[in-house]
Write a protein that binds this ligand. Structure first.
Ligand SMILES: [Ca+2]
Ligand SMILES: [Ca+2]
Ligand SMILES: [Ca+2]
Length: 381
């Protein structure tokens, strides 16, 4: 079966990576991480299909997102440069909102930040010495290290040209979870440093971005970044065609976290992170669960008929019909186009051979009705 062949490389790789992660946790005692946000349900807003944000740096198209989906400075902890959770909003003040669209395997991100000193005007060959918004995504919650594989290379191995380090980078870094260092704003037209071998994840059609800001290097001000990224269960070096995209499913969770590297005048003045533990940048066991939320009921029609189907047995014409209507439905009426009807919610029906069937579900609530017809879609041969 073709589908299995395409996916099998990724599945095997994932299993191996999962094993590595488990071993690493046992060695390092990392399973002891307790989220500081255990009582907070992080949520990812679902945009309706007719209101997908346009990536243009103008975030007016996020105005429908309720405020509870935005996560601000108060949740962060500077665990490296001494600020702790006592963060001066006149030094750095940020707000992060995540979104998704059912059917698209993308995470939309709105990043709004105030900084008293935007540091981006000096070219830094090391790459990570500018103001940075850093995110990590683990679409299938595989957890575990994803930058340094303890079976391949020691984390403090400074010999970056050693065969072990190179093998680790090409085969492991960013493969089962991904780290993006977004430059805020861009440096020499580079918007991101991918900490991994799969540079292509920062290119369209795997991601897209835009900014708006009105300040020069060294000035204070507010920056807005709007982007989306694609999470991958398996993201190999230089082979996007072999990658396995994480399938985003409503009500399921993904691993996600962020940190802000605030450079003020060439000196780092904070590593503010959501995990309250900077190991989040390289170990997915420090990410937070984020739930892919359903559409807010206020953005849904009150009643709308919808259904899907599955041919269970083509030989016999046996078809399962699945109601997916929106609203407080009180009755269902299926018209199978062959003179027969059903009032079940999810009927199973036998159809004659033919490819031009017209089938309708009509649903009703206390105040009205809605119909959904599928023309020539259910076929029996
Ligand atoms: Ca926009
Ligand atoms: Ca600052
Ligand atoms: Ca700064």
């Amino acid at each position: 079966m073709i589908v299995f062949k395409i996916q099998s490389t990724g599945v095997v790789a994932l299993f191996v990576l999962f094993l590595f992660g488990t071993l690493a946790q046992a060695d390092d005692g990392l399973t002891g991480y307790e989220s500081p946000h255990s009582r907070i349900a992080f949520e990812i807003f679902q945009f309706p299909k007719n209101a997908i944000p346009r990536i243009d740096g103008n975030v007016d198209d996020w105005s429908m997102v309720p405020e509870r989906y935005s996560y601000g400075t108060s949740l962060l902890n500077d665990t490296e440069d001494g600020h702790g959770t006592d963060i001066d909003r006149k030094d750095i003040d940020v707000k992060v909102t995540l979104g998704w669209v059912k059917g698209l395997n993308r995470i939309y991100i709105r990043y709004e930040a105030y900084d008293d000193f935007w540091d981006f005007g000096r070219f830094n060959p090391r790459g990570y010495l500018n103001d940075i918004f850093e995110i990590v995504v683990d679409g299938d919650m595989s957890g575990g290290p994803f930058i340094f594989n303890p079976l391949l290379v020691a984390e403090d191995d400074r010999d970056r040209s050693s065969p072990a380090f190179l093998e680790n980078h090409f085969r492991f870094s960013g493969v089962h979870a991904q780290n993006y260092h977004f430059y805020t704003p861009m440096v020499n037209d580079a918007w991101v440093l991918v900490w991994g071998s799969q540079y292509w994840i920062s290119e369209f059609p795997y991601s897209n971005y835009d900014y708006s800001y009105d300040f020069e290097h060294g000035e204070s001000g507010k920056l807005v970044m709007e982007c989306w990224i694609t999470p991958f269960d398996y993201a190999p070096y230089n082979r996007p065609e072999d990658a396995v995209v994480s399938q985003l499913v409503e009500n399921e969770r993904i691993g996600f976290s962020w940190s802000i590297l605030d450079f003020d005048g060439g000196k780092r003045d904070g590593h503010y992170n959501l995990a309250h533990d900077v190991r989040m940048v390289k170990d997915a066991s420090y990410l937070q669960p984020f739930k892919l939320m359903p559409i807010e009921s206020s953005l849904q029609p009150e009643l709308k008929a919808e259904w899907t189907f599955e041919v269970l047995d083509m030989e016999r014409g046996l078809v399962a019909f699945h109601d997916e209507s929106i609203g407080e439905v009180t009755s269902w009426r299926w018209d199978f186009g062959d003179g027969s009807e059903s009032t079940e919610q999810h009927p199973i029906h036998v159809l004659e051979k033919g490819v031009r069937k017209v089938i309708t579900l009509e649903v009703s609530d206390d105040s009205g009705a809605s119909k959904r017809t599928r023309y020539w879609e259910v076929m029996i041969k």
